[in-house]
Design a protein. Structure first.
Length: 243
């Protein structure tokens, strides 16, 4: 396991991407930093992390002929690996808020940002960006956020936590390489936040509506049951789950 440790960088995803194009890297190469200056989440959201208190890293995953149409499986594998890691720490009430925020109860503790390198119709490699709140105690500008220390009441060793994450990533991606798509999909959906519960959504026109999250489509879209048993699929940019 090759680890590149940085004191500070704008983005571990960007650093790893540039490193990958400059030299040959082994699978599961990791770039990790104490201080990320310009961390990003889904749709350009800023990721805030107190220096030295959290795990901010990117992992290179080389893929074997993974079709672009199956790219949501990368979210699934990464999310499941993190849930397994957190279960091992006795974090309770874990779910995935579609597409890839990890929650304990209603509180976000981890975010994922995946970027892909394409070759034709296949994903040649993926950069798995992970931001896990570990020992941070305050989140000034963010709501509904927590950390492992706040949940467990103890300080965790970052260097001991990292290998556990990588071990579970290797497990989940081994399932992907074995083509266990059905098992991975079912495991992800069984951990889906607010699945089969009445929920309120906002669309990109600002309208509020009620519905039930039923599943994830094969393209990674959220399938919501609306009134009169109408099912509709939504992309990330089309809908936001409020509660």
């Amino acid at each position: 396991m090759h680890i590149v440790k940085l004191d500070a960088t704008d983005s571990t995803n960007q650093y790893l991407k540039e490193l990958m194009f400059s030299r040959e890297l082994e699978d599961f190469t990791i770039v990790i930093t104490d201080k990320q200056l310009n961390g990003r989440g889904q749709m350009g959201a800023k990721w805030e992390a107190e220096p030295g208190k959290n795990l901010t890293l990117s992992v290179l995953k080389k893929n074997k002929n993974l079709d672009i149409s199956d790219q949501f499986l990368l979210n699934i594998c990464t999310s499941l690996a993190l849930i397994e890691t957190l279960k091992g720490l006795s974090i309770t009430d874990l779910t995935v808020k579609w597409p890839n925020d990890i929650l304990s109860g209603n509180l976000k503790i981890c975010g994922i940002l995946i970027e892909n390198v394409l070759s034709g119709n296949h994903i040649q490699a993926s950069i798995l960006g992970i931001g896990l709140n570990v020992n941070q105690l305050t989140f000034d500008t963010l709501s509904n956020v927590s950390s492992l220390k706040l949940l467990l009441g103890r300080t965790l060793n970052l260097e001991e936590l990292l290998p556990k994450i990588i071990e579970n990533l290797k497990w989940s991606f081994a399932e992907l390489e074995k083509k266990n798509f059905k098992g991975l999909w079912e495991a992800y959906e069984s951990n889906l936040f607010r699945k089969d519960k009445p929920s309120t959504f906002k669309n990109n026109q600002g309208d509020l509506f009620m519905g039930f999250i039923r599943k994830i489509s094969s393209q990674g879209r959220l399938v919501v049951e609306l009134e009169d048993s109408v099912f509709k699929e939504y992309d990330l940019k089309e809908i936001r789950l409020l509660y």
